[in-house]
Design a protein around this ligand. Structure first.
Ligand code: PXL
Length: 284
């Protein structure tokens, strides 16, 4: 049997609403990986579609937690960052990357901060500059189109998109410093939506798609990132892992639409997990 891969997932805990750690932990675990968590903040719900949520920032805990891990001699096959609890956490997470980077592990950054052309309510534009800095130290970044535009100072457009717009974003994102870019939410016609992949060293662009379902589904960025990482750690190429992630997000959305569930509570990713672990080759 192959050795398990150890992941450190650096996101918030939104107690209700299926995003960030309540999505990353179950998906990576179901995929067979040993998933540790570093919570960046604890919120009663996520910030998209709820009023009056509580917010506990855990910035002060990051260095002591990491110091303990270093004492244990821990290493990670992947570090995966998402929603950060404060602007100061950008430098702290960059410090974690510098501490735990090895020639073989994967630093995956989802610069979670914006969607649909707007920054999340709790963030100011300086967060975009900070996230761009954090992306510089990543092996792979997975922004959506809004986050990409904020980080590279491009005008945000609504889809459908064209290749020149998407590929300009990819190249400007790669110029921030990451080795590979997966830009989510790319679509050119009503039928399909997916991701554009850019490998800077190979100067290669690939596209992967799944059927497009109109509407906004909360937490799908985190479902996508966790699945993509699960696929990479299982030995897939980036294009294969991105396709697996697009297909899984599509499955989750189909089930959520079928069940007529309230969108702000996230997608029913749990019900699509058996299909995912089959696709990852864990069960036949
Ligand atoms: O899914 C992204 C996300 C993560 N964490 C929190 C959020 C959001 C998106 O709104 O509010 C707290």
């Amino acid at each position: 049997m192959k050795k398990q891969k150890r992941v450190m997932a650096i996101h918030d805990i939104s107690c209700v609403g299926r995003c960030s750690l309540t999505v990353a932990l179950p998906i990576l675990s179901a995929a067979g990986h040993d998933c540790g968590v570093l919570p960046t903040a604890v919120l009663s719900t996520h910030t998209g579609g709820f009023e009056g949520f509580t917010y506990r920032d855990l910035t002060q805990d990051i260095r002591p937690i990491s110091a303990h891990w270093q004492g244990l001699g821990l290493g990670f096959d992947a570090l995966y960052s998402g929603f950060l609890g404060s602007f100061e956490q950008i430098d702290l997470v960059a410090e974690l990357f510098a501490t735990y980077k090895t020639p073989d592990n994967i630093i995956l950054v989802d610069p979670v901060m914006a969607d649909n052309g707007k920054l999340y309510t709790i963030y100011s534009p300086e967060m975009a500059k900070g996230m761009a800095r954090l992306c510089a130290g990543a092996d792979i970044i997975i922004p959506n189109i809004t986050e990409a535009c904020f980080m590279v100072d491009e005008e945000y457009r609504e889809g459908p998109y064209d290749k020149p717009y998407i590929e300009k974003l990819l190249r400007k994102l790669a110029a921030l410093g990451p080795k590979k870019v997966v830009l989510t939410g790319a679509w050119f016609d009503e039928a399909k939506l997916g991701a554009a992949i850019y490998d800077a060293a190979q100067n290669q662009i690939d596209y992967v798609f799944a059927p497009r379902i109109d509407g906004y589904f909360h937490g799908t960025g985190d479902v996508f990132g966790s699945t993509l990482l699960s696929g990479l750690l299982a030995g897939n190429t980036l294009a294969q892992a991105t396709q697996i992630a697009c297909d899984y997000v599509y499955e989750c959305i189909c089930i959520t639409v079928d069940l007529d569930q309230e969108r702000r509570y996230g997608v029913a990713f749990e019900l699509a997990l058996p299909g995912l672990i089959k696709k990852l080759g864990l069960i036949v």
